[in-house]
Structures are given as structure tokens and as C-alpha cells.
Design a protein around this ligand. Structure first.
Ligand code: NAD
Length: 497
């Protein structure tokens, strides 16, 4: 029988009493690595209640002590980054190097969370009226919840709970049921760092468990990362239940290639940014927009696409791993088929990809389409596979109009040697994260992760100062101290101070 993954409730890893177990598989082999429980209603209640109780004492812990917990946690994460990455590789199929990147980008957010005191500083103004001063405090909200996707099982939980907890909240994490072993390992290390019982709970499951978090009166704020339909459901349900919500959703990211760009940089950036992690990144480049003569480079791009192949996580020659599930693979294959049927030219088709010795893996080979138009399914849908669509336009204005007409706005990049073109693009493009000769411009944690339009529902974004605002309330105090020698004035009947 496969190992059954425990839940983390009130500082203890506990065996679930559920009758529903979700198999967690290695996507390169279909081997069942463990089973994750669909937490029962009672276990969900216990998790939320433990977080609520722990909040009462945690909010009184001095900010420097809270920061020190995160510092210890950051050191443990660094010490164990290879073993976390190995677990992560097995359940996601990511190559070991890429898995280490997933862990590292999360560690960087924990590093930022250790700086919580300065991030929580309020504002002061002296003499807002005669002898009256104002200052603001930043106070935690209470119990916050995080719902995370399969594609970054270390980084995305680490976007959420270290900052929320450092800010004085307690947390309930519901990670993806497709790769829950990595989040459990992150939680083990959090306990090892000295986290008090109840600061972090990890519950497993799917829609039912998510809906409990979205509707429960004791959850004050919800952070979600995942697909568009689920993101919309989470945003609507959480806000209808009068909670704060920040929901990061799907994407279709364009890279604009000007004819004056460095050709070799363009080609290698396109290969890595579209096929890395088997295209299963919300910041993957899925559309290449060639401006003018830049389209002459498509043949060379095809050669480089043909030179990479997927493989097992510990195969040093593998460029990327499998799709997360047979269903995800089938979805990519269906979209490739539709692309051909709708009239795009498939220069390289990865539909029949095999990997020696691993016949059961969810493999898709690198796939390159050209003659793609905006009405085609492969242009409109987030494919989430190693598939790049090439579109050719005549001018930068035409490229901008195309990118700005996309319903998504997560990331984009422009490759050019012209400062004027780059300046125009960064200013006019309606996308929240822009790279200039940088294909995947994910901001570091002292900024925030700022997707726009259909890629994000909410207002305060993930990590950085915006996340601290998301996880806190501002309290503004206006104060006056009476001098015993000054006689009291009569009642003030107007709103003038
Ligand atoms: P998903 O939406 O299927 O699942 C995300 C989470 O929601 C999981 O924890 C899952 O259990 C839960 N869930 C699934 N169906 C649900 C339902 N009907 N009701 C309530 N909860 C439900 O997403 P995924 O396939 O795990 O992740 C891939 C998606 O995430 C892609 O669309 C990708 O672009 C997106 N993503 C976005 C960002 C970003 O920052 N914008 C980052 C990473 C991933």
C-alpha cells in the first residue's frame, strides 16, 4: 500500500480519517509515490480552529521574534534545498536543476519575510492640527488561507505563508493535490525552525476543501494561484463571503522580437522560455511575435527546438520533464491537433514523443507552430506545454496592438537593440511584468509579482510590500495630550479640529 500523506494540524502531522485518498504519481513513470487525503469536514474545522487559537498569542509576539523564526526557517530551507528539490523532481517530473530553481525562488521570498519589521512600518505626521499628531500601525488580519497550483510546489507556498506569518497572521495552506509531498516537507522544516503549534496548517484535497476555506467565517484573506476558471471561482466566492482575495491565474505571454535584436540571444531565450519546465510555467513564453525581417530566424529557431528533448528528472541531458498528468498531456496533444486543423503550420510536432526506458511518461516533444493567427485555439488558449506559436507582424505598433488585445497580462518581453523601441514597449504595453532582453521577467521579492488583466483578480499582489499590505490592516491613531495648565475648551460642534 502506498504511503499515506499526513495533514498538519496544530503542530502535529496527523493521519487523516478520510475515506478518499488521491494518488500522487511520478509523471515520468506513473509510479504511485504516495496518497494524499481529501481532508474531512471535521479536519478542516480543526485546522481552522487551531489557526484561530494560535493567532491570539502569535499576534502578541514581538516583530523581531517573528522575524527570527523566519530567519531560522530560511537557513533550514537553504540547508535542505537539494533534498526538497529531489522530492519536488519526483512528484512534478521537473529536472533537478529546475527543481532547485523552484526551491530557491521560494527561499528568496522567505529571506524577504525575515525583513518584516521594516516592511510593517507605518507612517507618522506631527501637528496634523494644533498639538495633535497622527500615526498609523500595521496589524495582522487573523487566519489567512493559501491555495496553490501544481507547477511550483515550493516557490508558490513560500510566496504566501512565511510573509503572512511574519506579519503576525496564522495560516492554512491547501496545496495542489498533484504534488503535495513538497509542501509537507516545507512544513516539516517550518516546525523544525521552531514554529509554534497552529501557526501553519497544511490540509489536502481539492474543490471541497477549497470551498470550505472560501466560505468559512474565520478565514480573513485568501491567496490563490492556479487556472483562470478556478481563479475566478475563488475570487467570486471569497469576496462574496466578504474576504480579501488575491488570485493569480493563467497567462499567454508574448515575446516581441525586433529585427535589430541579438539573434543568438533571441533564439536561445525562446527555446528556454517556451519549453523549460515542459511549458508549465505561468510566465512561459507561448507566443513569439516576429517584427519585420526578424521572421527569417524562424528556421534557425526550429533547428534549436529540434535539438532538445525531455527526460527523467535525474537525466543530465534532459532539457525538461513530462507533463504533470496523462490528462494534461492529452490536453496539449488536442490543442496541437486543433492548431493543425485550424490552418497553422506545424514546423515541429512533439505529439509522438518517447523517452528511452520510460514508456509510460507524459512526454510531449518541443512543438513549433508558425502562421498562427489570433482566432486559432492555440493562440487563444493557455496550452501549458512545450509549444511555441510564431506570429509575424510588420511593425512594433502592430505587435503592441496584438499583445494589448490579449485578455491576459501576466508577462511579456521585447528583444531589441533600440532604447527607443524598448521604452515605447515598456510604456505602452498593458502587461504587468515586462522584460527588456529578459525573456521571463519574474520580479525578485523586494518587488511584487504584478500580473494584470485576466491573469490576476484583486489589487494587492504577491510578495514584496504589496503582500504585506494584503496580509495586514492599517490602524490610524490621532492623539492629543492635554497640558494641565491649559483650561478645557467648550464642546466643539463642528468637524474642524
Ligand atoms: P488549478 O486551477 O487546476 O488548481 C489550483 C488549485 O485550485 C489547486 O490547489 C486545486 O486543488 C484547486 N482547485 C482545482 N479545481 C478547483 C475547483 N473547481 N474549485 C476550487 N478549487 C479547485 O491549477 P493548476 O493546474 O494546478 O496550475 C496551473 C495553472 O496555474 C495555470 O493556468 C497557470 O498559468 C496558473 N499559474 C498562475 C501563476 C500566476 O502567478 N499567475 C503562477 C503559477 C501558475
Amino acid at each position: 500500500m502506498a504511503r499515506q500523506l499526513p495533514l498538519l494540524i496544530n503542530g502535529e502531522f496527523v493521519a487523516s480519517q478520510t475515506g478518499t485518498w488521491i494518488p500522487v504519481t511520478n509523471p515520468a513513470t506513473q509510479e504511485v509515490l504516495c496518497e494524499a487525503p481529501a481532508a474531512t469536514g471535521q479536519e478542516m474545522e480543526q485546522a481552522i480552529a487551531a489557526a484561530k487559537t494560535a493567532f491570539q498569542s502569535w499576534k502578541e509576539v514581538p516583530v523581531s521574534e517573528r522575524a527570527r523564526l523566519i530567519l531560522r526557517y530560511q537557513a533550514l530551507l537553504k540547508e535542505h534545498q537539494d533534498d526538497i528539490a529531489e522530492i519536488l523532481s519526483q512528484e512534478t517530473g521537473k529536472t533537478f536543476e529546475d527543481a532547485k530553481g523552484d526551491v530557491w525562488r521560494g527561499i528568496e521570498v522567505a529571506e524577504q519575510a525575515a525583513n518584516i519589521a521594516s516592511l510593517m512600518m507605518g507612517e507618522t505626521v506631527e501637528n496634523v492640527a494644533r498639538s495633535i499628531d497622527s500615526h498609523s500601525w500595521t496589524q495582522p488580519l487573523g487566519v489567512c488561507a493559501g491555495i496553490t497550483p501544481f507547477n511550483f510546489p515550493a516557490m508558490i507556498p513560500l510566496w504566501m505563508f512565511p510573509l503572512a506569518i511574519a506579519a503576525g497572521n496564522t495560516f492554512v495552506l491547501k496545496p495542489s493535490e498533484q504534488d503535495p509531498m513538497t509542501p509537507n516537507r516545507l512544513a516539516e522544516l517550518f516546525l523544525e525552525a521552531g514554529a509554534a503549534p497552529g501557526l501553519l496548517q497544511v490540509v489536502h484535497g481539492g474543490k471541497e476543501q477549497v470551498d470550505t476555506l472560501l466560505t468559512h467565517p474565520d478565514i480573513k484573506a485568501v491567496s490563490f494561484v492556479g487556472s483562470v476558471p478556478v481563479g475566478q471561482h475563488v475570487y467570486r466566492t471569497a469576496t462574496e463571503h466578504l474576504k480579501r482575495a488575491q488570485c493569480f491565474a493563467g497567462a499567454k505571454n508574448h515575446m516581441v522580437i525586433m529585427p535589430d535584436a541579438n539573434k543568438d540571444q533571441v533564439i536561445s531565450s525562446l527555446v528556454g522560455a517556451s519549453c523549460g519546465a515542459a511549458g508549465q510555467r505561468c510566465m512561459a513564453i507561448s507566443v513569439a511575435v516576429f517584427v519585420g525581417d526578424a521572421k527569417q530566424w524562424i528556421d534557425e529557431l526550429k533547428e534549436q527546438f529540434a535539438g532538445i528533448r525531455p527526460g527523467a528528472w535525474n537525466d543530465p541531458d534532459a532539457a525538461y520533464g513530462p507533463q504533470i498528468s496523462p490528462q494534461a498531456k492529452q490536453r496539449v496533444l488536442t490543442l496541437i491537433k486543433q492548431g493543425k486543423e485550424e490552418g497553422a503550420t506545424c514546423l515541429l510536432d512533439g505529439s509522438d514523443c518517447t523517452v528511452d526506458g520510460l514508456p509510460d511518461g507524459n512526454w510531449v516533444g518541443p512543438t513549433l507552430f508558425t502562421d498562427v493567427t489570433p482566432d486559432m485555439s492555440i493562440y487563444r488558449e493557455e496550452i501549458f506545454g512545450p509549444v511555441l506559436c510564431c506570429v509575424c507582424v510588420d511593425s512594433l505598433d502592430e505587435a503592441l496592438a496584438l499583445v494589448n488585445s490579449s485578455p491576459y497580462g501576466n508577462g511579456t518581453s521585447i528583444f531589441t537593440a533600440s532604447g527607443a523601441a524598448a521604452r515605447k514597449y515598456q510604456h505602452e504595453v498593458e502587461v504587468g511584468q515586462v522584460g527588456i532582453n529578459v525573456p521571463i521577467p519574474v520580479p525578485l521579492p523586494f518587488f511584487s509579482f504584478t500580473g494584470w488583466k485576466g491573469s490576476f483578480y484583486g489589487d494587492q499582489h504577491a510578495y514584496g510590500k504589496q503582500a504585506v499590505r494584503f496580509y495586514t490592516e492599517t490602524k490610524t491613531v490621532t492623539s492629543r495630550w492635554f497640558d494641565a495648565d491649559i483650561p478645557a475648551s467648550g464642546p466643539n460642534m463642528s468637524i474642524h479640529l
